[in-house]
Structure formats: C-alpha cells, structure tokens
Write a protein that binds this ligand. Structure first.
Ligand code: HEC
Length: 162
C-alpha cells in the first residue's frame, strides 16, 4: 500500500515543481489559475475596421484578482495584483454576437521589483489560453509601449465601474 503511493507522491511533487518553475523565473508571469472566477471588470468587442482588429479583434473580457480589483478603486496596485484579458473569436449569426474559440489570454502581473523596466507590470500572453504557449518575447515593445500611455492610472486601461 505505502509502496504504491510513493510513485504517485513523487509525480505530484514533480508536477508541483514544474508549475512553480514556470511561474517564478525572473521575468516570468504565472499562468492565471482560476481567473474565470475572479472579478469581471468589463467586456468589449473589436469589430473589423477597428485599428487594433488584427491583433485584438473579437470579444474580450477583462478579469481582476482581488488585489487588482482594489487597485482599480484606489489607484494603487499592490504586488500580486493580476489582470487577465481573455480574447475569444466573435461569431456573428442571426444578428447576435457569440463567443467562439479562445484566441489569446493576455496577463499583467504586478511586481515593482521584478518588472521595474515595464512600469511594475509583467506582461505575458498565452496562445489560445494554453499555459505552455507563451508568446511575449519583448514585453517593452509588444505590450508596454502601448500601456505606457495610461501612466495616470498605473498603466491600466480599464476603469472602475461599480
Ligand atoms: C496597441 C495598444 C495595446 C497593446 C500593444 C497591448 N495592449 Fe493590453 N490593452 C490595450 C487596451 C486599449 C486595453 C483596454 C481594453 C478594454 O478597455 O476593454 C488593454 C487591456 C489589457 C489588459 C487588462 C488590464 C487593462 O489595462 O485594462 C491586459 C491584462 C492587457 N491589456 C495585457 C496586454 C499584454 C500582455 C500585451 C502584450 C502582449 C498587451 N496588453 C498589449 C491596449 C494594448
């Protein structure tokens, strides 16, 4: 009985170590486990013709963990605040727009020290929401260059709406 349990325990420990490693490298932003039950900040649809359609076309939902939600209200984001930008295909049918496949899951994680070069936010994106498919190679150019414009609100575009 005990012998049979050991390999399982070892496998679980390894799995745990792998996940921790993925989220803890100096520049690494952790995959946002459980974000679908976080605070829903807002939803927006970018349609063909919008200047950002090529990159961000579709339906996106913005989620905030508890620290990020508080930050939206107070204007100060504590270490560990995380925002998620969940982008899905928009399917237009019978005068209704519905959610299709996930295109990308973009994430911002607050840590003033680790991410000092990009306004205190770590930026990452996961292709199709797959935790193993990280797409950001240069956060400054690919993400912060645009978020930088929101300097008055901590580099965050979303606003608090009760
Ligand atoms: C061309 C400008 C632009 C670029 C580049 C950009 N974003 Fe954004 N991002 C936005 C806008 C605009 C919003 C607000 C969307 C809304 O209001 O629904 C946003 C919102 C977000 C949010 C939700 C929090 C917030 O600020 O409202 C996250 C998370 C996010 N972006 C991550 C990323 C990541 C990661 C990258 C790089 C892969 C990236 N963004 C690149 C413009 C940009």
């Amino acid at each position: 009985m005990h012998k049979a349990l050991i390999p399982l325990a070892a496998a679980v420990a390894l799995l745990g170590a792998g996940q921790a490693l993925q989220g803890q490298g100096k520049d690494h932003v952790a995959y946002p486990q459980g974000y679908r039950s976080w605070y829903h900040v807002k939803t927006m649809v970018l349609q063909p013709g919008h200047p950002l359609y090529d990159s961000f076309g579709g339906i996106h939902h913005v989620y905030a963990n508890e620290k990020a939600r508080k930050g939206l209200q107070t204007g100060t984001f504590d270490k560990g605040a995380v925002f998620v930008f969940d982008l899905l295909e928009a399917q237009s049918e019978e005068n209704a727009l519905t959610e299709g496949a996930r295109k990308v899951l973009a994430v911002m994680e607050r840590d003033d020290k680790r991410f000092a070069a990009t306004g205190g936010w770590g930026f990452e994106a996961f292709a199709q929401g797959d935790p193993t498919r990280r797409v950001v190679t240069n956060a400054k150019e690919q993400c912060f260059s645009c978020h930088e414009s929101q300097v008055q609100t901590g580099f965050v575009f979303s606003r608090w709406r009760p």
